[in-house]
Design a protein around this ligand. Structure first.
Ligand code: HQG
Length: 177
C-alpha cells in the first residue's frame, strides 16, 4: 500500500466513515493512533507508526494532524461527519476564491455556494489552489468572493490548520463580478 492509498484511506475514515475501520472519533475528530494502526494492520494494510508519521508529514495538502504526544490523529478539514474542529473564528482577507466546475455554475449563481455533504463551504487563499480544487470536478471555474465584506456583515470564517478557509454558506451577492 503506497502513501497515496494510505492517505486516501485515512481521508475516508477520518472525514467521512470511521465505521470503515470500526473506530469512533472523539467530538473534535481525533482517533487513537494505536487503534488506527492496529485495525489497519488487521485489514492486511502494511502500516506502522513510522509509515503513518511519514504520510502525515509528506501529505501534499497537509490533510492530517498528529497531536503533540503523537497519540492521536485527525483530518484538518473536509469532514462530512458532525465533528467540531474547535477552530477560532478569524478575519479573512479581502478576497478568497472558490474553485468549482462549469456544470455547477447555473445552480451556484441561483443558490449561492452551499456546503452539500461537507461541514463547510471551502475557500482557497489563491487562484492557483482554487483552480486545482475546481479541476477535481470537471472544467474548472474560479469564483472570487468578497470575504472581508461578508465578515463585516457578520459571517463567520475559519482557517483550518492546513490553510483552507471555511464558512457556512456564500450568498450570491458576495461574488465579485
Ligand atoms: C459545488 C479538497 C451546485 C462546489 C479541496 C463543489 C477542498 C454547488 C461541490 C475540499 C453549489 C462540492 C472541498 C450549488 C457548491 N449548486 N453545486 N449551490 N454550491 N457547489 O468536494 O470545495 O483534496 O464537497 O462548488 O481542496 O470542491 O479532499 O467541495 O464543486 O478543500 O483534501 O459542490 O476538498 O480537499 O464538492 O472541495 P466538495 P470542494 P481534499
Amino acid at each position: 500500500m503506497n502513501t497515496k492509498h494510505i492517505s486516501r484511506f485515512l481521508s475516508l475514515v477520518l472525514r467521512h466513515k470511521p465505521a470503515a475501520l470500526n473506530i469512533e472519533l472523539d467530538p473534535q475528530g481525533w482517533a487513537q493512533l494505536d487503534e488506527v494502526i492496529e485495525k489497519m494492520q488487521r485489514k492486511g494494510m502494511k502500516v506502522d507508526e513510522k509509515t503513518i508519521q511519514e504520510v502525515v508529514a509528506s501529505n501534499d495538502k497537509q490533510r492530517f494532524k498528529l497531536d503533540l504526544a503523537k497519540r492521536r490523529i485527525r483530518a484538518n478539514q473536509g469532514h462530512s461527519i458532525d465533528i467540531d474542529l474547535a477552530l477560532a473564528p478569524i478575519e479573512p482577507p479581502s478576497r478568497l476564491y472558490h474553485g468549482t466546475a462549469s456544470r455547477f455554475i447555473d445552480s451556484i449563481r441561483e443558490k449561492g455556494l452551499i456546503k452539500g455533504s461537507r461541514q463547510h463551504v471551502h475557500l482557497s487563499f489563491d487562484k492557483t489552489t482554487a483552480h486545482k480544487v475546481g479541476s477535481r470536478h470537471g472544467k474548472p471555474v474560479i469564483l472570487e468572493i468578497e470575504a472581508k465584506r461578508m465578515f463585516d456583515d457578520g459571517f463567520t470564517f475559519y482557517r483550518s490548520e492546513n490553510g483552507v478557509w471555511l464558512t457556512d454558506r456564500i450568498p450570491v451577492e458576495y461574488f465579485s463580478v
